[in-house]
Design a protein around this ligand. Structure first.
Ligand code: SF4
Length: 276
């Protein structure tokens, strides 16, 4: 008679703090998929775990810092990027990654984001963009699409959202891509690529937030939002940067892909003698 094999380990156990599972995220939330891509990229990077550092801000995505089995910093709201820059400048050998959400990075931390891109600091930023402030009740934020419903835009959002690709390309980043939680291989591959790419790298991951955003926008479970991505995502091929903004209204394509990949030298501190 065959003996049942009990598997009590997971290939990512060494990279994720398994003792902290189960995580706090809602059923259908996409943040865990983004974290899984990051963990897989770390595993495949060939760098020892103690060379990787993750910095998170505040919000549901901020929990990632607590779940990764590497040196991690769960920082104050909007300030993940300056913490990360400090780490990188203090020890350039570290592979420093910021993992945070759209509200933390683009609103409260918006100035840090554009100035880190302007300086072309050699860090990687993974942004799970779920179009709202999920943790605090589903309010509109700077990436909420035009016309979308949230708890603070009950008649439809009257503002246009940030187009990260256009914004960060203009600011000075070296690498910008966008995928969704349906594109796990591409997301993992771009994170891996960014680990070895000098300069400021930004990877946007569109992720379902069925509790905060989906329930108000007729995508009340995570799977439905994944289906929406499957139907509407198109690989951007020659699409101008200023046309890469996200519009969730019917029949509008959602462009994904590597939008920017260039090689100006990254920020390097130099000692400048003060003038007399
Ligand atoms: S509120 Fe939204 S982003 Fe936060 S854990 Fe729930 S589904 Fe995820």
């Amino acid at each position: 008679m065959a003996t049942a094999v009990v598997v009590d380990t997971h290939p990512l156990d060494g990279v994720i703090r398994a003792e902290r599972m189960p995580h706090i995220w809602c059923p259908g939330c996409g943040i865990g998929i983004g974290m899984r891509c990051y963990a897989q990229a770390i595993l495949e990077s060939g760098y020892p775990l103690d060379q990787h550092v993750v910095v998170s801000g505040i919000g549901c995505s901020g929990r990632v810092a607590g779940y990764m089995n590497i040196d991690s910093y769960h920082t104050t709201h909007g300030r993940a990027i300056p913490f990360a820059i400090g780490l990188k400048l203090a020890n350039p050998k570290l592979i420093v990654t910021v993992f945070s959400g759209d509200g933390d990075l683009a609103a409260i931390g918006g100035n840090h984001l554009i100035h880190a891109a302007r300086r072309n600091v050699d860090i990687t930023v993974i942004c799970t963009n779920n179009f709202n402030y999920g943790m605090t009740g589903g309010q509109a934020g700077p990436t909420t699409p035009f016309g979308a419903f949230t708890t603070t835009s009950p008649y439809g959002n009257p503002e246009l959202p940030f187009n990260f690709a256009n914004l960060l390309a203009a600011a000075g980043a070296n690498f910008v891509s966008r995928w969704t939680t349906m594109h796990v291989r591409q997301t993992r591959d771009d994170i891996l690529y960014a680990f070895n790419k000098p300069g400021f790298c930004f990877i946007e991951v569109l992720a379902p937030c069925p509790i905060g955003f989906g329930k108000s926008n007729q995508i009340p479970d995570g799977l439905q939002e994944m289906e929406l991505y499957r139907e509407r995502c198109l690989l951007a091929d020659g699409i101008p940067m200023d046309e890469l903004g996200i519009d969730l209204r019917e029949d509008q394509p959602i462009y994904v892909g590597r939008f920017l990949d260039r090689d100006p030298p990254p920020y390097k501190p130099v000692n400048v003698e003060p003038s007399q």
